[in-house]
Design a protein around this ligand. Structure first.
Ligand code: ZN
Length: 357
């Protein structure tokens, strides 16, 4: 059966054609849902976007803000799932003053409330929202407030926010995000419509990455690595690609895991905390792959699929139990790095376990 036009449009949208204004890290399924709600004029006042870190919650919330206030020629018409002549899914145009101001953070009706990593969302920040929410939009159709990581609201701030959720104003929309819904006050959760972000499978992400990166800049092996290392999270895959992790991961494998002469490498890597964490994550993935191969003969889900021959040679030298121990010791070394402890000794011990004395 031939796919329907809507499905074709969806597939093309997923592929993220180059030059498209569509942010590839936002969740298209959820954006479609909001496009439909807008079309039917059935938007609620507050939504709680829940999903794993890097699942694309904030990017999708920003895309929703553009969708609702876009002034482009299709911004006000029923364009749900219709593609334009360039094969894009124009839920928003990305070019009009409204879309551009949202991108640059200068839209008077678009507010993003967040706090630095590890800090709580404070009452002053929520008071700001309360003072704005009751006014009509300046130039857009909706006033939109994205409040990130609402599990970090102080009790005071959460109680203040509750009042706003109880007394909604017609033209404002609150998009709250959290990666741990169980830690959000029940009273807040119950006043919001829930929107769940499920990670795509590794296979789905790999397919979507193939549509996004051109083959000249990123090899199929690298795309596979990105998708599986990111465990299906598009934002995480993007970060790994931006940090150029695929270009370094084989150096870690060759100079540490497959070389008995790794002392110099250990000295260098132990001195660089950021690289050290990256290195340990690659090593964990290697041991995990070796266990998958040895215990289950599983070739399909390997992260380091490009090194399958080396993995097989490596796994022959250890029992599954040994590999489990190596994996756990690498996890412990990682925790030590996070706690700012020196891991040179644990790395030397790991080396001894890999090669004997
Ligand atoms: Zn626009």
């Amino acid at each position: 059966m031939a796919p329907s036009p809507a499905l074709r449009a969806r597939a093309q949208c997923k592929a993220g054609k180059s030059g498209s204004p569509i942010d590839p890290n936002m969740n298209e399924r959820i954006l479609n849902r909001f496009a439909l709600l807008k079309k039917k004029d059935r938007l609620a006042h507050a939504y709680l976007l829940t999903g794993a870190p890097n699942a694309g919650k904030t990017r999708t919330a920003v895309a929703i803000a553009k969708l609702l206030n876009c002034e482009g020629e299709k911004g006000d018409s029923a364009f749900f799932l219709e593609k334009d002549e360039k094969g894009r899914c124009p839920h928003y145009c990305g070019q009009c003053p409204s879309c551009k101001k949202i991108d640059s953070g200068n839209h008077p009706d678009f507010h993003r409330i967040e706090s630095p990593e590890g800090e709580s969302l404070k009452i002053e920040q929520i008071r700001d929202v309360i003072s704005q929410v009751k006014f009509r939009p300046f130039s857009g159709k909706y006033k939109i407030f994205i409040i990130r990581d609402v599990e970090r609201l102080t009790t005071e701030a959460a109680n203040a926010l509750l009042k706003t959720l109880e007394e909604p104003s017609a033209s404002s929309l609150l998009l709250l995000t959290t990666s741990s819904a169980e830690n959000v006050l029940e009273t807040i959760r119950s006043r919001c419509h829930m929107v769940n972000f499920f990670s795509s499978s590794n296979e789905e992400l790999e397919v979507s990455l193939k549509g996004r990166y051109n083959a000249a800049s990123t090899s199929p092996e690298e795309l596979h690595f990105l998708a599986y290392m990111a465990e299906g999270c598009p934002g995480k895959a993007q970060r790994l690609a931006d940090d150029k992790v695929p270009s370094r991961k084989n150096t870690y494998i060759d100079q540490f895991l497959l070389s008995a002469h790794s002392d110099e490498f250990i000295n260098t890597i132990a001195a660089d905390k950021d690289r050290l964490k990256e290195f340990l994550r690659i090593v964990m993935a290697w041991f995990r792959d070796a266990i998958l191969l040895k215990a289950h003969g599983d070739h399909k889900r390997l992260i380091h699929a490009d090194r399958v021959d080396d993995l097989e040679d490596f796994a022959v030298r250890f029992t599954v139990n040994d590999l489990g121990i190596l994996y756990r010791e690498t996890v412990n070394a990682y925790k030590m790095v996070v706690d700012n402890l020196n891991v040179k000794l644990p790395l030397l011990i790991l080396k001894e376990q890999l090669w004997g004395n």
